[in-house]
Design a protein around this ligand. Structure first.
Ligand SMILES: [Mn+2]
Length: 408
C-alpha cells in the first residue's frame, strides 16, 4: 500500500504582504498529478489544512476541488485538523464524508475510534489524532479520573456540588497536550486489530526541529509530547513542524512531512512530500519527493551597493527575500531600491553592526550615565560608529533643550 504523507498546507496564508494563493493552487495541481503518477492508494494530510480558523472561501474551494480530484482518481484521503484549523467547522460533516472516501476528523468527538481501511493486500488500522486543545477536553475525557469526582455527584439534580466542580477544575488544569494525546491513543489501542497500523497526529514530538512559523501549542510551554506515545504503530504521519524530518522512536516509524511551501525565512531547506510504502506486515519504506513549485526563501546581507549588484545573489532574484542592509550611513528608500533587483523582497532590516561589531553592554544602572553619555552610547549601538563632531553638537543641543523642558 502506497501512501502520500503531507501536512501543514496552511491554505490562505500569505508571505509578508504577498498572497500565496497561486503558489498553493499550483502545488495542489502538481500534488494531484504526482500521487496519481506514483500509484498512491492513500493521501494523508496531517493537520493545518487552513491557515486560519475562518478560512477564506477561495481556500475552502481549493481544498474541496483538490480532494475531489483525488477521490475521482480512486485515491482515498485521510485528513485531520491542526492547531490553525477550527475543528468544529472543518470536520462538521465528517460523518457524511466517510461515505465519499474522505476520512476527516477534528476535535474530541470521535477520538479513540479505529477506522479500518480495506485494501487489496490487507487491512489498515487507522488512528486519527487531530490537534486536541487540552483545555477543551470533555470533563469525562481521559483515564486520570479521580474516583471521588465521578461518584460523589449522585443526587441527580444536575447541579454538581462544590467539591465536584473543584475536582473537575483541577483535572482540567492538569491536562497538557501530552496527557490528552496519551489518553487518546490509549482509548484507541485496544481496538487495533490488524498488524498494519497508521497513526496520524498534529503534535510537537520531542526531538523535532522547529522553524519560525509554527504557532506554539501551549501557552507558557512548548506542548511537546514524547515520541513513545506513538510506539507500536507501523507508521506515524505527523504534522505541525514545518521541516521534513524523522523522529527517532524505538518501535515504529515516526515522521514529519513538513509543509509543501516555505512559510518563513527559516525554511531555506527543500520542501517535499513523503511517500510511504507500507507492507502488509507493517514494515515501511520511506521516500521524499521534492516539491517543484513555489517560491524559495533567501536571507541576504550586505551593503546596499553589494545587494544591488545583480550578480551577487542570483539565487535570490526569484525568491522571497529578507535583506539585511549593513551600511553604517543612512540608506534611504532601501526597499524601493532592492525591489528593482529582488521583486519579492518582503523584509528589509537595517543592521549597521552586521560586520562584526557588537553593541556595548548596557550599563547596570542607566542613572549612572549623564543624559548626553546615554544618548551617545545609544547612537553608537544603533549606528555602529560614534557621532561626528557636527552630529555631536546637534545631540548636545537637543539634550540640553530636553533637560530644560523637563525642569520647567
Ligand atoms: Mn502548521
Amino acid at each position: 500500500m502506497r501512501i502520500a504523507h503531507t501536512s501543514d498546507w496552511h491554505l490562505g496564508r500569505s508571505f509578508g504582504e504577498v498572497s500565496l494563493r497561486e503558489d498553493q493552487a499550483r502545488f495542489c495541481d502538481w500534488f494531484v498529478e504526482m500521487v496519481d503518477d506514483q500509484g498512491c492508494d492513500l493521501v494523508v494530510i496531517a493537520g493545518d489544512i487552513y491557515d486560519r480558523a475562518v478560512a477564506p472561501t477561495e481556500s475552502i474551494d481549493l481544498f474541496r476541488t483538490t480532494v475531489r480530484r483525488l477521490l475521482d482518481a480512486g485515491i482515498r484521503v485521510v485528513a485531520i485538523t491542526g492547531n490553525h484549523d477550527a475543528a468544529d467547522r472543518v470536520a462538521a460533516y465528517s460523518e457524511l464524508l466517510d461515505h465519499s472516501g474522505l476520512v476527516l476528523r477534528g476535535g474530541y468527538d470521535r477520538v479513540g475510534e479505529v477506522v479500518q481501511l480495506d485494501h487489496v493486500d490487507g487491512p489498515l488500522d487507522l488512528v486519527l489524532l487531530p490537534f486536541l486543545h487540552p483545555q477543551s477536553a470533555p470533563d469525562s475525557f481521559g483515564q486520570q479520573r479521580p474516583d471521588a469526582a465521578d461518584s460523589s455527584d449522585g443526587t441527580g439534580d444536575g447541579d454538581p456540588s462544590g467539591d465536584t466542580v473543584q475536582l473537575l477544575l483541577e483535572r482540567r488544569g492538569r491536562r497538557t497536550h501530552e496527557s490528552v494525546l496519551t489518553d487518546a491513543v490509549a482509548l484507541a489501542r485496544p481496538q487495533l486489530r490488524g498488524v498494519r497500523s497508521l497513526a496520524v497526529a498534529h503534535a510537537f514530538v520531542t526531538g523535532g526541529q522547529e522553524s519560525e512559523s509554527e504557532r506554539r501549542l501551549e501557552v507558557g510551554g512548548t506542548g511537546q509530547v514524547p515520541g513513545e506515545v506513538f510506539s507500536g504503530f507501523s507508521y506515524t504521519a505527523l504534522g505541525h513542524l514545518h521541516r521534513p524530518q524523522s523522529v527517532s522512536v524505538d518501535h515504529g516509524h515516526v515522521r514529519y512531512s513538513g509543509t509543501p511551501l516555505p512559510y518563513s525565512f527559516s525554511e531555506e531547506h527543500p520542501k517535499s512530500i513523503t511517500l510511504v510504502d507500507l507492507a502488509p506486515d507493517g514494515t515501511c519504506e520511506v521516500e521524499e519527493v521534492p516539491v517543484p513549485v513555489g517560491r524559495p526563501v533567501r536571507r541576504i546581507s550586505g551593503t546596499i551597493e553589494e545587494l544591488l549588484r545583480r550578480d551577487r545573489f542570483p539565487e535570490a532574484h526569484d525568491a522571497f527575500v529578507q535583506a539585511t542592509v549593513t551600511d553604517r550611513g543612512v540608506v534611504t528608500e532601501a526597499k524601493a531600491q532592492l525591489l528593482q533587483v529582488y521583486p519579492f523582497v518582503v523584509e528589509v532590516r537595517l543592521a549597521p553592526l552586521a560586520d562584526g561589531d557588537t553593541p556595548s553592554e548596557a550599563p547596570a544602572n542607566i542613572r549612572e550615565l549623564s543624559p548626553l553619555d546615554a544618548v551617545v552610547q545609544f547612537w553608537e549601538a544603533v549606528d555602529g560608529a560614534s557621532p561626528t563632531a557636527e552630529e555631536r553638537d546637534l545631540l548636545v543641543t537637543v539634550v540640553e533643550e530636553s533637560i530644560q523642558a523637563v525642569e520647567q
